[in-house]
Design a protein around this ligand. Structure first.
Ligand code: AMP
Ligand code: MG
Length: 306
């Protein structure tokens, strides 16, 4: 391979398209994609065969899981605690009722949502080494953290296999390794809500050896009777959270925390969200529906508004 050449690969996992560009051989990229497939099966709550499905269908019994699953869920619980439950890994019964993936979505029944809130108490998750137990009727949903965690693990695999310059984009969870091959920082475009995917950006951020993650109303949801219902729920109400925000973008070393905290920030709103991000050493940008953007100081320095 030439000094400045990057190879690329893409694959459909985690309900999105995952793209890797890296200065390593194609077979390394293929193994990286296989690793994506392995995590996809491990953490898919809708298909039998992986750990998450087993935990969610154990009828209240403890389940032995892979150490990676235990690691992810332990970090998830920590974010639940740190965010005062704004981030709630046990939100599965509510997201199941909303069924945002359905091609013909309907509004869930208000009484059913109310009843399901009792099955979302993350404090009842028990993790003992690699044994995990949740009460019957509970359902863990790692949609708010899994892509971040997996992007970190795949970037780690690439580094261990010689990558010195790489960018991984797993449906908006971005991790960069090193700088660009020409020695400049990577420039990452932040998607404009409603704009053409991959073409319309509201800002550009320079990045080096770090991650940037976005939580957004445009990412998933549906419109009914002229009203947008997006996929990030307020665990206290069971309904999509509404702080007048349409995007939260979080930057930091670890994509796992950038991912979890971006979801938490979306639920908390700009003030409390910025405080939480600071506690994790992360920077955040909050984009309001009227187009205004509120940035923490470190983010302000890196964001170039387009
Ligand atoms: P993200 O795009 O990373 O912000 O994650 C959003 C996904 O996390 C949703 O599609 C749900 O699967 C899940 N989710 C929704 N609301 C919450 C919440 N309050 N806490 C944790 N996960 C959530
Ligand atoms: Mg997230």
């Amino acid at each position: 391979m030439q000094k400045h050449e990057l190879n690329a690969i893409h694959g459909a996992y985690f309900d999105t398209i995952n793209i890797i560009q890296a200065d390593c051989a194609q077979d390394v990229l293929e193994r990286a994609m296989q690793l994506c497939g392995w995590y996809h099966r491990l953490l898919n709550r809708f298909e039998e065969g992986g750990d998450l499905y087993a935990i969610n269908h154990a009828g209240g019994q403890a389940v032995s899981v892979h150490p990676r699953t235990a690691e992810l869920l332990t970090a998830g619980l920590e974010i639940c605690r740190a965010s005062g439950g704004a981030f709630n890994m046990c939100i599965g019964p509510l997201t199941r009722l909303w069924n945002f993936k359905s091609p013909s979505p309907v509004l869930p029944d208000a009484t059913a949502l109310e009843e399901m809130k009792a099955f979302c108490d993350w404090k009842k998750v028990e993790i003992d080494g690699t044994r995990v137990r949740i009460p019957q009727g509970f359902e863990i949903d790692v949609g708010g953290i899994a892509k971040g965690y997996i992007t970190d693990r795949v970037a780690e695999f690439l580094s261990e296999n010689g990558a010195r310059h790489a960018v991984l984009n797993f449906g908006g969870n971005i991790v960069t390794i090193g700088k660009r091959p020409d020695g400049k920082p990577w420039t990452i475009g932040l998607q404009t809500p409603g704009g053409e995917i991959g073409k319309d950006f509201w800002a550009a951020v320079s990045m080096e050896n770090e991650s940037i993650v976005t939580s957004a109303t445009y990412a998933r949801g549906f419109t009914l009777d002229g009203r947008r219902y997006h996929h990030i729920l307020d665990p206290r109400t069971g309904y999509p959270v509404d702080h007048g925000l349409n995007i939260v973008t979080v930057r930091g070393r670890q994509s796992l925390y950038a991912d979890g905290i971006s979801t938490a920030c979306f639920v908390l709103g700009p003030d409390e969200g910025a405080q939480l991000a600071a506690r994790y050493g992360l920077e955040a940008a909050f984009r309001l529906d009227d187009g205004r953007v509120l940035c923490t100081p470190g983010m302000q320095l890196r964001v170039k508004h387009l």
